[in-house]
Structures are given as C-alpha cells and as structure tokens.
Design a protein around this ligand. Structure first.
Ligand code: SAM
Length: 284
C-alpha cells in the first residue's frame, strides 16, 4: 500500500539508535497478541515489527495486518518473508510521518468522503522504540478516531506515568493526555532478559481502549490539552502559580474554591473532571 510517508533526514548514526531491542520471549509475544482480543476480522497495525516476533503470530490471527518499520533492511527482510501472505502488508516508513487516515481509511476514499459511514477502526500493537514513545502516543491520540484499542510495550517507568491516577507522584501531563483519550490498563511487566540486546530497563505492556472524554467534559480537546500543558508546566509549583502568568489570579482562586480544591493544590492531584471544570470557569 502507498502510505503518504514523509521521508525524514535521519543520518546513519541516528538510524543506529532506533530502539532495537528485539523480543526473544515467544510467550510474551503471544500474550501481547492475546491482549488485542479477537482480531480475526480486524485491521491490526503494528508499529516497529523489527525481526517479526509479534508479526509472526499476528499474521496468523489478524484479518489484515499492516506493519510499519523504519529500518530499511528489516523492512526488506519482512517484505520478503511475507510476500506470499495475502493479509500482510509491510510499509517502510517513519511511523511519525505516516497519515493514519490514509492508511486505515484509504482504500475506501478517505474520511472526508465517508461522513455518513462510521470509520473503520483498527487495533494498534507494538513493542515501541523507546526513544519516541511519547511522540508516537501523541500521534495516536491525534488520529484516535481510526483506532479502538492500542496494546503497546513501553519502558516500565513510562507505563507507570501513563497509567497513574491523580494524587500519585507519577501523574502528569502524559497521564492526563492519555486518559483524556483512552481507558488505560497496565497488563504485565517483562525483565530486560526478554529482549536481545537487553535494555537497561524493565518493560511493561499497556492496553489503551479508545474512549475520548473531551466532549463529555464540555471542552475542546486541543484547547484543553494546551491548558493542561500550562497547568503541569513546573511540577514543583502549585497549579495557581503555573497558571497565573496566563489567567487572572483571582479567577483562578475562585474557580478552585467553587470546585472545593485548595488554593495551593498541584496539578498532579486534580482529576480530569475538575481540571475541565476549572478551565471552563476561568475561560467563561
Ligand atoms: N517488534 C519487534 C520486537 O518486539 O522484537 C521490534 C521492537 S524494537 C523495540 C522497535 C522497532 O521499531 C525496531 O524494529 C525499530 O527499527 C523500529 N523503529 C524505530 N523507529 C521507528 C520509527 N520511527 N518508525 C517505525 N519503526 C521504527
């Protein structure tokens, strides 16, 4: 398939650092695929198939598999291996440059031509290259209407941040953004030895069920995320101190009072609902 992939100018040195820690524990690969549920009729999009540890299992169980690999050599090897497998497509591209609307909806003419039919929903899976985990997640959230669930392996500390609830020290902008778009479950953790070469860190598998909440919170997703960025700007500061360069201090304090929040509360202790309440009260 022709993906609208923009080629980036990464040099050889950067290519050497593509986060290539390959999964060598077959039972873990099977658990990752199992976490996707019944995929026999689904489009599954794999990010970074690498040497194919997960791809191999997916190719047997997915209705259709699209795998996006940036490393030219690995992509060529995968294309050779799956050239006669009709449900598998290998795309050589930087996942940060692909247009998911085109890839998922493309065959049917693109989202804009399909306003009366619901978009096809794909499932995302990937043992993500850790150097761009946040960028990949932000991109998946931006294109969320193409997906119904996302099963990803990330560094354990990042998984803890994504799944943290308000009040926990790991709760921050990444948690709030992920939870604005999805319901997050932490599934299991693997030691470094499950990979070759072993990374320095443990890795955890998360399942994110797409469930966008901006509309029910009464906010626009884009403007609310910009507000969250301001609120979480400096972890040590209170919410008011982070926000007062941008909003009237009096209104902020009144807004917090109405929500029964302390004037010195930090963003990490505030639920998405209350954050949206504050945003609406100071914006109106
Ligand atoms: N899925 C394989 C496994 O579990 O063994 C490989 C996982 S490895 C952690 C990450 C993979 O992502 C590598 O194959 C790497 O080449 C690929 N990758 C790195 N950056 C990428 C990018 N920007 N777009 C697509 N794939 C990328």
């Amino acid at each position: 398939m022709a993906a609208s992939a923009r080629k980036t100018n990464r040099g050889p040195q950067e290519k050497a650092k593509l986060g290539q820690n390959f999964l060598v524990d077959p039972s873990a690969a099977q658990r990752i695929v199992d976490a996707l549920g019944d995929i026999s009729k689904s489009i599954v999009l794999e990010i970074g198939p690498g040497r194919g540890a997960i791809t191999q299992i997916l190719s047997k169980s997915a209705g259709r598999l699209i795998a996006i690999e940036y490393d030219r050599k690995l992509a060529a090897q995968l294309r050779m291996a799956y050239s006669r497998v009709p449900n598998v497509e290998i795309i050589e591209a930087d996942v940060l440059s692909v247009d998911f609307d085109t890839i998922i909806q493309g065959d049917l003419g693109g989202i804009s031509d399909r306003q009366n039919t619901p978009p096809t929903k794909a499932r995302i899976v990937g043992n993500l290259p850790y150097y761009i985990t946040s960028d990949i997640l932000l991109k998946l959230f931006e294109f969320h209407r193409n997906f119904d669930s996302i099963v990803i392996m990330v560094q354990r500390e990042v998984a803890d941040r994504i799944s943290a609830t308000p009040g926990k020290s790991e709760y921050g902008l990444l948690s709030a953004t992920a939870q604005l778009y999805t319901d997050v479950e932490k599934l299991f953790t693997l030691p470094p030895e499950a990979f070759s070469p072993p990374p320095k860190v443990h890795s955890s598998v998360l399942r994110l069920r797409v469930n966008p909440k901006a509309e029910s919170l009464g906010v626009g997703a884009g403007e609310f995320i910009d507000f969250l960025k301001l609120g979480f700007a400096q972890k040590r500061k209170t919410l008011v101190n982070n926000l007062k360069p941008h909003f009237e201090e009096e209104r902020l304090k009144n807004g917090l009072k109405e929500l029964r929040l302390r004037a010195d509360v930090r963003a990490e202790a505030v639920s998405l609902e209350k954050m949206a309440g504050l945003f609406k009260s100071i914006r109106s």
